[in-house]
Design a protein around this ligand. Structure first.
Ligand code: 5GP
Ligand code: MN
Length: 325
């Protein structure tokens, strides 16, 4: 929960400004898109001019979210002097070049990542929140005239569902369940959201899963699980990166596994590494060694090395940190 002083500060910032660009990290997930839309719709209702933005637009898999068609990937001139509200982005570079290079009046940073670098002019960060969407609602509720509409509720419910692993992870706190109840009362539909998020996918996605699972290997006596997703895998399956959402969770369920690493090729010399852990192993520390971020049990980073070099460095860091002990 954010304290009353911070909420008051937020409502003043909103009252004193007219134009806002709302933006989350590149390669957006359910928390990014849900938070972007919830914040945008909330501010619109308060009479503000708002541009919901993502450098990668809205992934197809999240287009079921109400008003997702509003999300643009171009910054128009009329928003050059706007206030930028970042959601679910632990550092400024993650929102992509188009926005991080543009000039804004101020930056309001709304997030729940432990690794957040507090890059905003104003920072509203609650590392105990289940999702950034939860922080967004709390902030909007502090603004006079705000009303929780059905569309906002649906978007926020999506952020909770994705970031708590459908209310299974340790961040499924009493506050999360209370908020879920409020959202459902306001018109959120858990069945619609769950079906769209977890039970609707293309053949391409399953063929991609086949390839990625084929690459699976266990090391360190089964404590480390590694998988790989290459550009040629994507090409051969006609799939895109967002089709690989959740793949990383399969090996996490294997008994004995402490860390799962999924290496995703951006280019032969650049790999995006996704990390997950269990038994309280801190993968955030590993990601931070590479300039990345996230949470203790789910983190990521970009490594500018060949795959071989990246793996060596990654394993060296884990050994140094004693992550697999
Ligand atoms: P994923 O593996 O799903 O991409 O990310 C897991 C978690 O780590 C998410 O909370 C995500 O925001 C964070 N994360 C992933 N990659 C990066 C990165 O390069 N930088 C930072 N700061 N956070 C990251
Ligand atoms: Mn999040």
């Amino acid at each position: 929960m954010l304290n009353a002083k911070l909420k008051n500060q937020f409502s003043k910032l909103i009252a004193n400004n007219k134009k806002f660009v709302i933006c989350g990290h590149q390669g957006p997930d359910g928390d990014v898109i849900g938070s972007t839309l919830a914040m945008s719709l909330g501010l619109k209702k308060l009479g503000k001019k708002v541009l919901p933005f993502n450098q990668d637009g809205c992934p197809k898999s999240l287009m079921f979210l109400p008003q997702s068609n509003l999300i643009k990937n171009d910054l128009t001139d009329e928003f050059t002097d706007a206030v930028l509200v970042t959601v679910d982005s632990g550092d400024l570079l993650r929102i992509g070049k188009k926005i991080s290079k543009a000039k804004f009046k101020e930056i309001i940073n709304v997030d729940h990542h432990k690794s957040n670098t507090r890059f905003g002019t104003h920072n509203f960060i609650d590392i105990k929140a289940g999702s950034t969407g939860q922080v967004v609602v709390e902030l909007l509720q502090a603004c006079r005239g705000f009303k929780l509409t059905k569309d906002i509720a649906q978007n926020v419910f999506c952020t909770l569902s994705t970031d708590t692993g459908s209310f299974r992870y340790s961040n499924s706190t009493p506050e999360v369940f209370n908020l879920a109840s409020v959202l459902v009362k306001a018109g959120a539909k858990p069945d619609v959201i769950s079906q769209a998020l977890y039970e609707t996918y293309s053949q391409k996605r399953l063929f991609l899963l086949q390839k990625v699972l084929q690459s699976l290997r266990f090391e360190y006596d089964g404590r480390l699980a590694k998988m790989y997703l290459t550009l040629s895998d994507l090409k051969e399956c006609g799939a895109s990166l967002d089709d690989s959402e959740e793949f990383i969770n399969f090996p996490r369920g294997v008994s004995g596994v402490k860390v799962v690493a999924l290496f995703k090729e951006n280019s032969p010399k650049q790999w995006k590494l996704s990390l997950r852990s269990r038994d309280n192993v801190d993968v955030l520390k590993i990601a931070q060694e590479f300039g990345g971020g996230g949470h203790k049990l789910a983190a990521g980073c970009t490594i500018n090395l060949s795959l071989d070099e990246a793996e060596k460095k990654f394993e060296g860091i884990m050994e140094q940190l004693g992550s697999l002990k």
